[in-house]
Structures are given as C-alpha cells and as structure tokens.
Design a protein around this ligand. Sequence first.
Ligand code: UDP
Length: 382
Amino acid sequence: MKFLIVGAGFSGAVIARELAKNNHQITIIDQRSHLAGNCYTKRDENTQIMEHVYGPHIFHTSNETVWEYINGFGEFMPYINRVKTTYNGEVYSLPINLHTINQFYKKSLNPTQAKAWIQSIAATDIEEPQNFEEQALKFIGKDLYSAFFKGYTKKQWGCDPTSLPASILKRLPVRFDYNDNYFAHKYQGIPKDGYTSIIESIVDHENIEIQLGCGFETEMKSQFDHVIWTGKLDEWFHYQEGHLSYRTLDFMKSEAVGDFQGTAVMNYGDEDVPYTRISEHKHFMPWENHEKTIYFKEYSRACGENDIPYYPIRLVDDKEVLKKYIELAKVQNQVTFAGRLATYRYMDMDVTIREALDLAKSLLEDINNQQKIASFYHQETL
Ligand code: UDP
C-alpha cells in the first residue's frame, strides 16, 4: 500500500520504518526543513556544541524493547539527568531528595527521620488529590511546594496549580535518600551524534521517501491509500470545533567562554524570575570538550496558531473540545492519528516510540485481515 506520513518526528519515523520493512511504500512529509520534529539537534555553528534546538531531550525508559530498538539506530552515551533549582538566592537539588529536605530545613535527618518530618508537615486531610496543588501539599507540604513548585508551575503552565491535573506532578518522585537522578528508569542516555542522526537512520530505507519543507494539502490524500497524521488533531479538522490549547517555549540563546553554570539544567522556582530554567548544552555531552559554551533561557507562554506547540494544557475546556475531535477522528476514513500532537497528550520519547511500534503492528494486522484501518488507536487519550 502507499502511505503518506505527515510529520518526521519519532512517531512518523518509527511507523514509516515498520511499514516500509513490510514492503509498503512510504512518503514522509514535514513542513519544517529538517527531520526529527522537536527532538531536532544540530551542531551550533560557532562552538560546534550539539544544540537541542527545541529544548533539551534526555532519553529514559524502562522498556527493554524500546531501548533495544533505539540503540539499533545509533550509539547512546550514558547520561544521568541531575537537575538543580535556584530559589530565593540558594541552589538546591532536584527531584526533592534528602539533600533538598535537609538543606531547606537546615537539618541533618536520616531517611526515617525525614519521612516522619515530611509526614508531620504534609497535608494529611487530602485523601484523593484533585489537582496539582493538592497532590503537592499531600506529598511535601506547603513550604517545599511554595519554594520549588508553585512559582515554577505558574510560569510553566500559565495558570494556577489548582486548575492543573495531579498527574503532572506525579511525573516527579520525592526521595528520602541522596539519589538525585531525575528519572527512575532503568535506561538513560543521550545519542552521541544527536537525535537527528537517530531519526535519519530510522528513515533510511529503500521504501521511504522524504520531502522536507512540504506542508500537507488535502488534495494529497487522493494519491495515497492511507494517511498517518502526526500533526495537531485540531488542525486536521481545520479547527472546526475550536482550538486545543498548548504552551509554547521561547529560548533566548547566549554564548560565553568557559562554563556558565556548571551543570546542564538549572531551574528557577521564584515566580519573579521570568524564565523557568537555563540549560547549558555542552553539559549534555560530557564526553566532548569545548572551551566555549552556549546556554538557553527558557520562557513559557500561551501558544498562538503559528507558534510551535510544546505542552498540551488539557484543562477542563480542552477536554471538552478534545472529546468532540475524538468522535470525529473515529469515523474518519483513510487516516490514522498518531503521536503527541495528534492524540493531544504529554508524551515522553520512549512512550512515543512504544506506541508507534504498537500502532504499526495494528495497522499491519488490519491490512493483513483486509479490515478497514482504524483511525484512532489510543482510547486512553482522554
Ligand atoms: N515542576 C516544578 N518545578 C520544577 C520542576 C518541575 O514545579 O523545578 C513541575 C512543573 O509543573 C512541570 C512538572 O513539575 O511541568 C513536571 O516536570 P518535568 O521536569 O517532568 O517537566 P518537563 O521536563 O516535561 O518540562
């Protein structure tokens, strides 16, 4: 069959590869002039430092299949994400761990004492946290929440933490030891030659043709048997039911000599510091030596129609709109919706790859059984 895949990020690339392996003919188009979507990396011209152009990406997973799959397309270097945060002129360790707790409260508690201490200050009356703030108050109490999460989250999401889902905070652990690894997954790393080179290898197949700088036009549909859409769900339907809201990011880039902040990621918890974090990209590749440095101040704001969508907000209003689009998507013919933008979810790279592999498998099964190819696979989207 002839497939048109719209979008050359991880979803599009992985689905393309799996279908191409099974002798289908694939054309991938992307409106941008490069592969890899928001994972795109390139060498900075002046310093030759590998730049994560749309913000830092650290690969982490506990899924053996995904880890094995991705390692088949390039070399991953071991990398442990250790994040620091500045609040009120002092630097602390994240995710909240024994060091953070002891430093913040000027104590020297051991793990058992720290657990008891946090329990004594956490909100015990909240049984089932209904939002981000309640989740935080239940787990760490008001002081730590106000220092490290309240201001940051307001800046990041542009709304009060009481209107955000508890699930956003559940991404981060609270630890009662000195482990400052940001992620709790079994495997973690960064590709030696950047993410673009990984995606290039994934799509390097005789049955895959790529057209960059090429947006989707409705007329294209007639030249293919099926379309895989990895763009925004609402865009496919020309926003007929309204807009799904996103946050976009602006990166202010600077260059300097030496080491700017001594670490890859420094968050800023204070609400009056306008950026959420500063990332210094040479620290993402400690296996290289660079005299110069580049660093990026990251600002979050509401995403307009022509901005790059990063984080789906998923507030109550969005979910109402989303429901309508899902109903429309389910009855579409000759199109399947895949990935972060087309399913309107906050997805890490490993989940994106796992779903793309599962989706390709289902597509192939539908084709083999001569069934209509399903348009919308991920029922848990809402
Ligand atoms: N967060 C925070 N302070 C921090 C780091 C994270 O309040 O210093 C909150 C914020 O709301 C963020 C969420 O925790 O959106 C999840 O953090 P994560 O690091 O997973 O965010 P991402 O890397 O996806 O931006």
